[in-house]
Design a protein around this ligand. Structure first.
Ligand code: NI
Length: 162
């Protein structure tokens, strides 16, 4: 089911999300809804708090396929990449955000099986952006302020927003 994406100002976007302990049907439903919602918004990532659920679950697009990560954390990061980024919860605002150019992330799949991901470039950026959401951090907190800019709706694809 496509869910409403909450926008800047919704208190849950500023809260620390709660770890998942039960790998059950409710978790799978949440993940299915998040994937549908992300696709519908044409985003490249989504975090559970963005649909009003304070759980540590994210979806990222990996090679154009949605990947669900439960309780993800960054265990290693290297380098610096300064690129443009946006957020589905702050539509039409973009900015340059400094991120590591490489990250190693550990987490679990929807069944509770351990996953390790190494990522560079846009996928590394998306992982950082979505994991920040789980701690109530938004890209505007880390963006270079002078680079923040609005675009007309539809002028830019959501291919940089998560
Ligand atoms: Ni976002």
């Amino acid at each position: 089911m496509v869910r409403e994406i909450l926008k800047l100002g919704a208190p849950i976007l500023r809260e620390k999300a709660v770890p998942v302990h039960k790998y059950d049907a409710a978790l799978q439903r949440l993940i299915d809804d998040m994937i549908e919602t992300m696709k519908s918004a044409k985003g490249i990532g989504l975090a559970a708090p963005q649909i009003g659920v304070s759980r540590r679950v994210i979806i990222v697009l990996q090679d154009d396929k949605p990947l669900a990560l439960v309780n993800p954390s960054i265990v290693q990061e290297e380098g610096l990449d300064e690129s443009e980024e946006g957020c589905l919860s702050i539509p039409n605002l973009y900015a340059i955000v400094p991120r590591p150019s490489y990250v190693k992330v550990v987490g679990s799949d929807p069944k509770g099986k351990r996953i390790n991901i190494e990522a560079e470039g846009l996928l590394a950026r998306t992982l950082c952006h979505e994991i920040d959401h789980l701690d109530g951090i938004l890209f505007i907190d880390k963006a270079y302020p002078e680079t923040l800019h609005w675009v007309q709706p539809g002028e830019k694809s959501e291919s940089k927003a998560g």
